[in-house]
Write a protein that binds this ligand. Structure first.
Ligand SMILES: [Cu+2]
Length: 136
């Protein structure tokens, strides 16, 4: 068996560079964002600022088959399933354009795993979805 040390040095260097690249996120990248189903709607969500204990803002983009869903009744409730409690504050939802909705006064009372439960209704159809948030 012939050892070729140079080959291994190269491999280790490549791995180091790959790991460093993973941790090097652009500063303006969304800190917490994702999508969730609220059948028949799809909900894109983003916390413009990292979720925290206290008051938070959450942006929702709700679509129906790729089209912005306007005029929905959107109800949002924070819930901590591990402790079986919600929040004393009621979130305020404001509709923007093209299926965008802003949720303000989304209040987490403590750190840990939370659910943001979302109920959508258009007068005929109802759908609900859950966003899971880990509050530091
Ligand atoms: Cu709790």
């Amino acid at each position: 068996m012939t050892l070729r040390p140079f080959k291994y040095i190269w491999l280790i260097s490549a791995l180091t560079i790959a790991v460093a690249a993973c941790g090097d996120e652009p500063e303006d990248a969304p800190t917490h964002a994702g999508t969730t189903d609220a059948d028949p709607w799809q909900v894109g969500w983003e916390f413009p600022d990292a979720p925290q204990v206290g008051e938070n803002t959450l942006l929702l983009t709700i679509t129906d088959d790729g089209h912005g869903a306007e005029g929905l009744e959107v109800t949002v409730e924070p819930w901590m399933p591990g402790h079986g409690h919600g929040s004393p504050e009621t979130p305020v939802v404001t509709e923007g354009n093209g299926g965008d909705y802003t949720v303000e006064n989304l209040y987490f009372t403590m750190g840990g795993p939370w659910e943001v439960r979302i109920e959508l209704a258009d007068g005929e159809v109802e759908g609900d979805g859950v966003i899971e948030v880990d509050v530091p």
